[in-house]
Design a protein around this ligand. Structure first.
Ligand SMILES: [Zn+2]
Length: 607
């Protein structure tokens, strides 16, 4: 193990329904490839996230079903936990925002900001119902969006253009309860003083020259228009405002986005409490050489490159108003905001409500998790919007995984199993043997460099190039023609198997499930790359039950280096195929399914 601590902070999926492959291409697979690579390198990774369960869309869904927001959150938390674990995403802790721990940590951050003057009260106009005199929560006010003209915009957000709104922004606002025009009266809210961080955020972004250029440019541009932003909202579902006179009100809560980003910290603290060393989180958040990488889709950049860093700077006392750190002490800012672009589906924007979608669970019912992971890593929206097509998925699976990598494994292990039944004994190596082994063992440094910089597409392509070198070696050396020279045949096979062992390590971050199989085909035993586990647990503070994702990743044998095969003579069995070849007819089938589903069906909000 190195002493390097790396926080992998993965965007929090909103608990409004199952995840589709567009979601997991943005935050899921890239963060897992990154974490697995760093664990293999011996770094101390803490990968955390959870479901984001507060905010208006969940209360709207609860109203529609006649159940409580908590019931909606419980149901979708479990669905999302299943989705993410089945993809092999190796969270150290995947939790949720409705824990008591998260509430306490969110309130501590609020109080730290308040103490330093970065959160301040301000009287604004809030909506009340003229007939009852009661506060109208944001979600019960509807009107025309002032930005895009959409008719059904809500008091907090326009679902058409995605902009955050205030109820007073709406043109022709009406109450969704009884259609009356709300009355706006003075109402107190707390605001985050974003302009007070313009200089500190600018200084910080000025040191971030290694970010993806589109992410950095977007983040820098945000600084031109910083305005105070309301930290509290008129809503009854969320983290209570921890102040006398506010704590017990049922119409004021901390704004969902301002508590969701605190989740990275609260999940780290929850992980530490569960680990038996409640202070352990500090190694990732407070040591100066710890790194923190945040993974998300581009629609979330503003919250990770502006809002969350501002909350951290304010808590630390590092904005224009100065101040001192809150009771946790000063907290580290992100090292990098790693944002993906968007994945589209057969040329169309993913949309759960219009059913232009394939959910992770449906995908994995028909195809292997590693096939999806490979597509996302090799062909996903790393730095530009990218289209998912079934034809391309089929081609990547059949040409690259099955005919390229799977075939190399299969024919080499088959020949060794059939002719020797064990790892062969190598004789003296030729130049060709040494050249191949130099290629495979020499690939760890350059591919590792790409992975450490989140150039995952280039890393996957380079790993596959090394695989094709090994395939070429096998064709050139043609061990099947060496019946008369078994010593040379065994040397060639040993060389090929060693190259496969190296390639398997190079591909492990992308293909954790099949890498375990290849490990076993090469005569290995035990855990090569540990899988995440769903554990039924209870809230540390109030005892309510929920599932978490966690795992014993330190049990993995996989390391980021060339390691020797098991000793000559270790038995080898005839292999079964590592990957499943897909019939070309799946393309038409899937397109038909998309057309049929697209006629209607269940809807949920977009996240
Ligand atoms: Zn709009």
């Amino acid at each position: 193990m190195t002493d390097r601590h790396i926080l992998t902070a993965v965007a929090w999926p909103y608990a409004n329904g199952p995840r589709h492959i567009g979601h997991v291409s943005g935050f899921g697979v890239p963060s897992d490839v990154f974490s697995r690579f760093h664990r293999m390198s011996g770094d101390q990774v803490l990968m955390v996230s959870g479901t984001d369960e507060h905010g208006t869309p969940i209360t709207v869904a609860a109203d529609a079903e006649g159940i409580t927001p908590r019931q909606i959150a419980d149901r979708n938390n479990r669905i999302i936990v299943d989705d993410l674990a089945s993809l092999g995403l190796s969270y150290d802790l995947f939790t949720r925002t409705t824990t008591v721990n998260h509430r306490n940590v969110s309130q501590e951050i609020f109080l730290g900001l308040l103490k330093n003057g970065y959160v301040f009260p301000k009287t604004t106009l809030g909506a009340i119902s003229p007939s009852t005199g009661r506060t109208l929560p944001d979600r019960y006010i509807e009107g025309t969006c002032p930005i895009c003209g959409y008719d059904g915009a809500r008091g907090d957000q326009c679902d058409n253009c995605g902009n955050q709104l205030d109820p007073t922004d709406l043109i022709n606002p009406v109450s969704r309860i009884n259609g009356e025009t709300p009355k706006f009266v003075e109402s107190e809210h707390y605001f985050l003083d974003l302009p007070a961080f313009a200089r500190a955020l600018g200084d910080w972004l000025g040191t971030r020259g290694n970010w993806r250029p589109n992410v950095l440019n977007f983040s820098v541009n945000l600084l031109e228009d910083l305005k105070p932003r309301s930290y509290t909202r008129d809503i009854d579902w969320g983290v209570p405002v921890p102040l006398d006179g506010w704590r017990d009100r049922d119409d004021k809560r901390i704004y969902v986005w301002f508590d969701a980003v605190v989740g990275y910290l609260s999940a780290s603290i929850e992980w530490a409490r569960r680990s038996g060393d409640p202070e352990a989180w500090r190694q990732w958040w407070q040591t100066p050489d710890a790194d923190a990488y945040y993974f998300m889709g581009k629609d979330n950049i503003v919250f990770h490159a502006e809002i969350w860093p501002a909350q951290l700077l304010g808590y630390n006392g590092q904005g224009d108003k100065g101040g001192s750190p809150g009771s946790y002490g000063a907290l580290n800012l992100p090292t990098e905001v790693v944002s993906s672009e968007f994945l589209t589906m057969e040329g169309r924007k993913f949309s759960s409500s219009r059913n232009v979608v394939i959910y992770v669970r449906d995908f994995l019912a028909r195809y292997d998790a590693d096939a999806l992971r490979y597509f996302i890593a090799a062909a996903g929206p790393e730095s530009q919007d990218t289209d998912f097509t079934w034809a391309e998925f089929l081609r990547r699976n059949n040409d690259e995984l099955v005919a390229g990598w799977g075939n190399l494994v299969n024919r080499s292990v088959s020949m060794a199993a059939k002719n020797i039944g064990a790892i062969p004994t190598p004789g003296e190596l030729t130049d060709a043997d040494r050249a191949l082994l130099a290629t495979t063992s020499g690939a760890f440094a350059p591919i590792g460099d790409l992975l450490s910089r989140n150039r995952q597409k280039a890393a996957a392509a380079e790993a596959m190039r090394v695989v094709s070198e090994a395939n070429k070696y096998l064709s050139d050396q043609a061990p099947w023609k060496l019946k008369e020279d078994p010593a040379r045949r065994d040397t060639v096979l040993h060389t090929a198997l060693q190259a496969i062992k190296d390639c398997n390590a190079l591909l492990t971050p992308f293909l954790p499930h099949s890498s375990q199989k290849v490990h076993e085909l090469l005569g290995g035993t035990g855990v090569w790359s540990a899988a995440p586990q769903i554990v039924e647990t209870t809230d540390l503070d109030d005892g309510s039950p929920y599932p978490i994702i966690t795992g014993d990743y330190a049990a993995s044998q996989a390391v980021w280096a060339s390691t020797p095969l098991p000793p000559a003579g270790t038995p080898l069995a005839t292999p079964t195929p590592v990957f499943t070849k897909l019939d070309p007819s799946i393309v038409e089938e899937e397109l038909r399914r998309l057309e049929e589903d697209g006629q209607g069906g269940p809807t949920d909000g977009e996240a």
